[in-house]
Design a protein around this ligand. Structure first.
Ligand SMILES: [Zn+2]
Length: 186
């Protein structure tokens, strides 16, 4: 089974992004620095940057300490999310991405650029779940709750703390994923 195999998918990403690197966060000084800053800015709310979160910067994927131990299909879905960020970096460049992602860091709680970039990537998370596990898995309330909390909680600095709006985005996306294809005209 190679269709949803993370290594096969990573190989295809390496073709699309020839300078792609995968770096372990735990041994990486930059990641450790970001971790310290995030703990400070979120008052300890984001403590899992090194251990739970995959991060894309430019053409580098920084992976957390539990990465290799995760189930293959989970790694595949995460890579689909990170592929969106790789393409965003290609589209906007390092400076453009930094501005969009980081500039509205104060006040915490309203970071429109970051929320839009992450929504584009989390939409892909839902798409990947639907493809791998079926639409019912994509509709699983636990997935919705996980994604909602990424927007409204400290993980990304409370980037879009409006639960009802995030739910509305998720509803629209799930409906679109489920919508029957238009009948083909022959
Ligand atoms: Zn993301």
């Amino acid at each position: 089974m190679t269709r949803h195999d993370p290594e096969t998918y990573l190989a295809s990403l390496r073709e699309e992004f020839p300078r792609l690197r995968v770096v372990a966060k735990a041994e990486d000084p930059l990641s450790r620095g970001i971790d310290a800053v995030l703990r400070l800015l979120t008052f300890g709310g984001q403590r899992a940057y090194l251990t739970r979160y995959v991060t894309t910067l430019g053409q580098t994927l920084y992976v957390p300490s539990d990465w290799d131990a995760r189930p293959a299909l989970e790694r595949y879905c995460v890579l689909r999310h990170e592929a969106v960020h790789l393409r965003q970096f290609r589209r906007y460049g390092l400076v453009g991405m930094s501005l969009l992602y980081l500039l509205p860091i104060l006040p915490l709680g309203l970071a429109w650029g970051r929320a839009r970039l992450e929504w584009e990537a989390y939409a892909e998370t839902f798409r990947a779940h639907a493809e791998v596990h079926g639409i019912d898995a994509a509709r699983d309330p636990r997935l919705r709750e996980h994604v909602r909390s990424q927007f409204t909680g400290p993980a990304y600095g409370w980037m879009w703390p409006f639960s009802a709006q995030v739910d509305g985005w998720i509803d629209m996306l799930l409906d679109a994923l489920e919508a029957p294809r238009a009948p083909e005209i022959v």
